[in-house]
Design a protein around this ligand. Structure first.
Ligand SMILES: C[S@@+](CC[C@H](N)C(=O)[O-])C[C@H]1O[C@@H](n2cnc3c(N)ncnc32)[C@H](O)[C@@H]1O
Length: 409
């Protein structure tokens, strides 16, 4: 056993049995304190992990300003994810003293005056000072950059889906996708958190496609909520299902799987959350119907095209007071979208869901940016709502809304 170390496998963070490294560690921490205090600290990296957490790899630490206070931001790199934690100086120092030379055998610090390394890998600890690799102070303003709920670095699935490069940096061509994934998790996260743990057991994503958002939900459930809930992606295309199952296996997301099949034929029994993002036309209705049939706690859909109701409006014979609008194609399209989704929300309410309809991402990124969120608030049924549906249909000359049939109304 090396000086100042436990044998591998012993619990971390006890006082080292033999510690010949005090003076060198003290000197290193004194340089760190000075650099943090005078703003010359660039970064600090903890490497050569020798602790008991099999998933932990390394930690990167950098100075940041939070609420006008200088702090240290720790990015803990695990096998499949990164976790960011910010600490004021005293707290950070305490944390570092429990890590350097105890769990990590190498600490590398860059300041604008010098680079330092404190190495515990030899017979005795070595402290080295080298000329600085960076002489310009770091911009702390830059470090105020938004902390994303699903960070890019360390995510195997984002790398495999082509969102990030091998170093975990978001590719220029995938910036929109990265923002969309995180925006979606920002919205969905609080809704998932609000479901009592015992009632959150299965999330079904209908029309999962290449799985970006399915992976995002599974990642959030496993790594942020520490939930054992399963996530299932349902997708027509077998090539996408095979691709996504392969990436799920590589990513260590054991509770995520993809199945090939059509939404209307899928057995949604037991789904506590039902999601469908940009599933085509009436596939969105099939997905909502599956969620209602399962009694899902939460139904979240971003509709795609609205062809069924558009056709109904276009072929309606009855003259309506809306003629002046409906003779223009663009207005028919917009009306069809609002009427389709408005009636979807009404039918959800009939079945006991509170609904919200809102834009979830700027229309600069996609025009298909409306989200319908249904949260189960009762058991339904409310006949007055069906009267409203009938009135809405009559106004636009609509005979049937597909969701009426899909839910057996
Ligand atoms: C526009 S993509 C959206 C993919 C993903 N939800 C997203 O937002 O990134 C729609 C996907 O739904 C699938 N899809 C459409 N209708 C379906 C159905 N009835 N059953 C299963 N999958 C369907 C398509 O194959 C396609 O991959």
């Amino acid at each position: 056993m090396r000086a100042g170390h436990y044998m591998r496998g012993t619990p971390a963070r006890r006082t080292p049995i033999i510690d010949t490294s005090l003076s060198r560690s003290d000197q290193f921490f004194s340089e760190l304190e000075t650099a943090f205090g005078n703003g010359s600290l660039v970064k600090l990296g903890l490497r050569a992990y020798d602790g008991t957490d099999v998933a932990l790899r390394s930690i990167d630490i950098k100075p940041v300003i939070i609420k006008r206070q200088p702090q240290l931001s720790f990015t803990w790199h695990y096998k499949t994810r990164d976790v960011v934690k910010n600490h004021p100086w005293d707290e950070a120092l305490l944390e570092l003293k429990g890590l350097v030379g105890i769990e990590f055998n190498l600490a590398q610090m860059a300041t604008t005056a010098a680079d330092w390394s404190l190495d515990f890998q030899g017979k005795s600890p070595r402290l080295k000072q080298l000329p600085p690799t960076q002489t310009a102070p770091v911009s702390l303003a830059h470090d105020r950059a938004k902390v994303r709920p699903i960070p890019a670095g360390g995510s195997i699935w984002m790398r495999e889906l082509g969102v990030t490069d091998k170093d975990g940096k978001v590719l220029p061509t995938a910036q929109d996708k990265f923002r969309q994934i995180n925006r979606y998790v920002e919205i969905l996260g609080p809704l998932l958190k609000a479901i009592p743990a015992g009632r959150l057991s299965k999330v079904v994503d209908m029309g999962a496609g290449k799985g970006y958002l399915t992976f995002a939900v599974a990642d959030y459930l496993a790594n942020t909520l520490q939930s054992g809930a399963r996530t299932v992606g349902v997708e027509l295309r077998p090539d996408l299902v095979d691709l996504c199952n392969g990436i799920a296996a590589k990513s260590g997301l054991g509770n995520l799987s993809f199945v090939q099949g059509s939404i209307d034929a899928f057995d949604g029994t037991g789904a506590s959350v039902l999601i469908a993002l940009h599933a085509c036309d009436t596939a969105t209705d099939d997905a909502i119907a599956k969620g209602i049939a399962a009694g899902a706690e939460l139904i979240v859909v971003a509709p795609c095209c609205h062809k069924q109701i558009r056709r109904e409006i276009e072929t309606a014979n009855a003259p309506t007071p809306l003629d002046y609008l409906l003779k223009h194609g663009i207005f028919v399209e917009r009306q069809a979208e609002m009427v389709t989704d408005g009636i979807r929300a009404l039918i959800l309410e009939y079945f006991g869901y509170s609904t919200k309809v809102f834009e979830f991402i700027s229309d600069v990124h996609t025009p298909k940016n409306v989200l319908i969120v249904g949260t189960r608030s009762g058991r339904g049924r409310y006949p007055a709502i069906l009267t409203k549906v009938a009135e809405a249909k009559a106004m636009f000359g609509i005979r049937r809304h597909y969701l009426e049939d899909a839910t057996g109304l």
